[in-house]
Design a protein around this ligand. Structure first.
Ligand SMILES: [Zn+2]
Ligand SMILES: [Zn+2]
Length: 223
């Protein structure tokens, strides 16, 4: 099954102009079997999900959380207790509740950062090496995740490349997601998952089992 595992809509991301009612239709047009909405403001409710669900494409739900070490996709996480910006606390809560945790675009702006931008993950550790072996060994917190988003449609291919190499060195599964905030780019990066998960809970099991592989589907990723 091909899933775009990182999508924002107007329902929970003020920086998106992708309307939720257009999501399933546009995802089908992009050749996807499923999408996972990962809003900034929280996880969709049951009724929000039911309203936009149709037969053509499955819609799963997670959320994107800002943490001290950058953005994180949490899927299947109930509620939102205090302290979730602390990665160890977040990982502990996800273990207790059986949720799946993916490091979102972990090396965004690490290579050739634009003016005024930097990579939170590596900057927080004063780590400026471009050697994936060094990055893998100096970032032990990456082992707190079930997978690494090595294919992010809003990243440069160079930053994605570092993430893919670090994932390989660590022997960690990868995911892909467009990070689309409009219909543009939806499905540009995807996650191939084993089997046919029918619910978010089943998707969580697949991710936690590591049965996921990320990939880019076109050459439009900015370089
Ligand atoms: Zn993000
Ligand atoms: Zn995002």
């Amino acid at each position: 099954m091909l899933i775009d595992l990182h999508v924002h809509t107007t329902l929970g991301s003020t920086d998106s102009n992708l309307r939720p009612e257009a999501l399933a239709r546009e995802a089908a047009r992009a050749g996807l079997d499923a999408v996972c909405v990962t809003e900034h403001s929280g996880t969709w409710t049951d009724s929000q999900l039911e309203e936009v669900t149709n037969d053509s494409v499955k819609i799963f739900r997670g959320r994107e959380i800002e943490t001290e070490m950058g953005h994180v996709l949490a899927i299947g996480m109930p509620g939102f207790p205090n302290g979730m910006h602390k990665i160890k606390q977040l990982a502990k809560y996800c273990e207790e509740t059986g949720a799946a945790l993916v490091a979102a675009h972990p090396f965004r702006h690490h290579m050739n950062p634009p003016a005024g931008q930097s990579c939170l993950l590596t900057r927080s550790r004063n780590l400026f090496s471009t050697d994936p072996t060094v990055l893998a060994s100096e970032l032990p917190d990456l082992s707190l995740f079930h997978a690494i988003e090595a294919y992010n449609g809003a990243n440069t291919s160079v930053d994605n490349g570092i993430a893919a190499q670090v994932s390989e060195i660590l022997g960690m599964p990868t995911t892909g997601g467009s990070d689309a905030h409009s219909i543009e780019g939806l499905g540009s990066c995807v996650t191939q998952v084993d089997g046919d998960p029918r619910s978010t809970d089943e998707l969580v099991d697949v991710i936690r089992a590591g049965a996921v592989v990320g990939m880019a589907r076109n050459s439009e990723t900015p370089s």
